[in-house]
Design a protein around this ligand. Structure first.
Ligand SMILES: NC(=O)c1ccc[n+]([C@@H]2O[C@H](COP(=O)([O-])OP(=O)(O)OC[C@H]3O[C@@H](n4cnc5c(N)ncnc54)[C@H](O)[C@@H]3O)[C@@H](O)[C@H]2O)c1
Ligand SMILES: [Zn+2]
Length: 387
């Protein structure tokens, strides 16, 4: 029966879709003579002749690669390429996402340098700098063209491949951010040489994460080469970084939910506690380390709720351990950490949905989490490998 007060109501629904291309390139040394990646990125019509480039570089990357700015300037002096209007430094690490002045400064540069929507922001740095610069690029003029050059393991195999950006606010990770597909992601292997051991190892937690969710034989490969990867053997690490990035890319391009409109966010396996742990420890635990701990926790919890056997749980935790990653933390069973479940739900919206394991390579979404069992998983996790 129609409602009389609805008589003058008309609804026009029009469905539409927009095509995106997600481009991921791996190269040995982006700025080397003879590498044509830069030219290929500016050769198309999306960059007009009078558009410019703003390069934003992670301060730590600039410090450890002192001639980077000079090499960029030299490269962009070519008449084939748009004008490089400025090279600016962005504080490296989570500070980039915690300090609101970083985004303000970038926005003011975009304004004063007349960086328009057909201009390009070229961001070179770790996942945190890419997230903060990506956010500024995403909101300025409702979206300026962005090229990401990730310089950490974690950002090459995961963060830069995502179609999200974000900064932290109110003590919460990624509270502000947008979904925005970058024009290209260019992973430059030469950058990884200067990473600290801690940041080198940290990145592989995301590889274990996605292998556990999607690809058992990939997990087997990481498991068998974990010690070589930990010791920075590039021949062992390279295929893992590339395959992991490709799995993330395929998830976005072929998974059917690139902008996370559905309930589940499967790539966030282990992340509800990871994000909380990062904030609770004032970011002294890095994202990569927190993900390792979070993956270990949710794997062990998957065992305690009867979804996987104990040996499978031990295999996953042992592999993280062999990669030189932490697998537990004193804050893990605390109420403050468990409150991260509600924070995670709120960030995604709708029902609580977290991903557990039904086997290696098989993730499953669940909507009910037993806090007591999570606390038990946290308490028993430190002894899992010795017990
Ligand atoms: N947008 C996404 O989809 C997404 C996905 C996963 C993670 N993230 C975010 O990524 C961030 C973590 O990224 P990360 O692990 O790259 O850490 P990071 O960006 O904090 O970098 C770690 C440290 O390494 C330095 N660094 C960067 N490149 C270097 C190099 N080549 N040599 C030496 N030092 C270098 C940085 O300055 C920083 O001090 C977190 O904020 C996380 O939330 C985002
Ligand atoms: Zn992550």
């Amino acid at each position: 029966m129609s409602n009389p007060s609805d008589q003058n109501r008309f609804v026009f629904d029009a469905e539409f879709s927009v095509d995106f291309a997600h481009r991921l390139i791996f190269t040995d040394d982006l700025l080397a003579d003879g590498d044509s990646t830069i030219e290929s990125l500016f050769g198309d019509s999306s960059a007009s002749a009078d558009s410019g480039v703003l390069a934003a570089i992670d301060s730590e990357v600039a410090r450890l690669h002192p001639n980077l700015g000079e090499r960029l300037t030299g490269r962009f002096s070519s008449p084939e390429l748009p004008e490089l209007r400025e090279v600016t430094l962005v504080p490296g690490g989570e500070a980039a996402k915690n300090d609101p002045d970083v985004v303000e400064h970038l926005l003011s540069l975009i304004d004063t340098l007349r960086i328009d929507r057909k201009s390009t922001i070229l961001c070179i740095g770790g996942g945190a700098v890419l997230d903060a610069v990506g956010y500024a690029a995403g909101i300025a003029h409702r979206g300026v063209r962005l090229i990401r050059v990730p310089t950490t393991v974690l950002s090459q195999l995961d963060a830069a491949v995502g179609v999200k950006n974000g900064v932290n606010k109110f003590g919460k990770k990624n509270f502000c951010g947008t979904f925005a597909v970058p024009d290209a992601v260019v992973c430059d292997e030469s950058m990884l040489a200067t990473l600290s051991d801690r940041d080198w190892r940290g990145g592989f937690s995301e590889a274990v994460k996605i292998a556990c969710l999607k690809d058992e034989s990939f997990f087997d490969g990481i498991e068998s080469s974990a010690a070589r990867i930990r010791d920075r053997d590039m021949d062992a690490a390279r295929p893992v970084i590339r395959h992991c990035a490709d799995l993330h890319l395929r998830h976005i391009a072929e998974g059917g939910d690139p902008f996370e409109c559905r309930e589940a966010r499967p790539l966030d396996f282990g992340h509800w506690s990871a994000h909380r742990l990062e904030s609770l420890t004032d970011f002294t635990v890095t994202h990569g380390e927190a993900v390792s701990i979070g993956v270990a926790l949710d794997t062990h919890y998957s065992h305690l709720v009867g979804r996987i056997d104990r040996d499978t749980s031990i295999r996953v935790v042992r592999t993280l351990d062999a990669l030189g990653l932490p697998t537990s933390h004193p804050a893990l069973g605390s109420d403050a950490l468990l409150d991260g479940l509600e924070e995670f739900r709120e960030h995604l919206g709708g029902r609580l949905t977290i991903t557990l394991l039904e086997g290696i390579g098989r993730g499953i979404d669940v909507h009910v989490v037993d806090r007591d069992l999570v606390a038990e998983a946290a308490t028993t996790l430190p002894n899992l490998l010795s017990g």
